[in-house]
Design a protein around this ligand. Sequence first.
Ligand code: F6P
Length: 362
Amino acid sequence: MVHKRIGIMTTGGDCSGLNTVIQRIVDAGLQRKWDVIGIKNGTDGLYANPAKTIELDDNGFNFASSHMAGSILSNGATGTTGFEIAAKDGKLAAFNKRLQKSLKELNLDAIVLIGGNGSLSLAHTYREIYSGVQLVCIPKTVDMDVPLTDKTIGFDTAVQQLASYCEQLLLVARSHRRWFVVQTMGRKCGNLALNAGVAIAADAILIPEIKFDVDNLVKHIKQTKRDYGIIMVAEGISIRGHSGKPADMISRILNNAKIPNRVAFPEYVQRAGDTVATDRILAAGFANTAIKAIENNETNVMTVLQNGEYKTVSLNEFFNAGRQEKDPNIVGVMTSNRYVEPDDVLLQITTDMGIYIGEKRK
Ligand code: F6P
């Protein structure tokens, strides 16, 4: 067996399941007698001179707590990462050079980058950073907006977190006879709101991919003949002529229609919570696929789950498979995005369940 020295790094917004993936990779690496190090604080830790790292062995990692949310490696402070600042200041070339130098100094054979569509798009765009090492990526995000994979780490746990949160709210909604407008995360993608909405049988689910009519929404809520329930609203929706947070906009519309309601923002609770079993299984599948990719000397690849099969696809395929749009955080960089597809089976199920989902697919 060839000896390898590998690094693991988590970047972008966190989600539950990161520690499980890290643990599975560390375990597989140690079984092979490889050296496994963790890079702290995402690319900020890699940029530091010397790079900020920890040995990932039985001492550096508490294996028993790998089901807990967050990342033991930390992801760096989103919004103010060195990457974002360097991009704003037009200094990305120098920043990237330092990252490349760090990887050389760390003497790594491979790096496992656990990131969302922003991080993976960046890794593809600036692949020269990783030119001296094998780059193997693992997709994670609560948004489920990464093209080419049926699941991302953290999504199932986020759906579970939202479902539990809404079920608690329903009890309060019922005793006070009022509706709750719950705003979910997801950026411009409606997957999280759609899945959680179906999970709790919400009365309405509003997502950016589907045009909806506020009059029809109000009519639908009145037709339920109930005076309490949940309206799930994805953070990415917009309504012509209205401004503010999506949940607040919908709440105002309900108020005008004399439907008593309150807004609720589960916020970062969606990225927390004990990692659910399906996310742990996904973590095991992705970690195993990543380790095999390293053994097979693959590089510039991403692990995916497609129709029950774990495999790798090239980052190039990933990048070209999605809708390419400006990255919200990194000036001048394009990100590959996936959205709820018109043929998503949940859309039909939603309609059949009598949930209001809107009128027309965009
Ligand atoms: O992309 C993950 C995500 O949680 C989005 O759903 C959300 O809009 C965003 O990150 C929040 O980012 P931040 O941690 O920078 O507030």
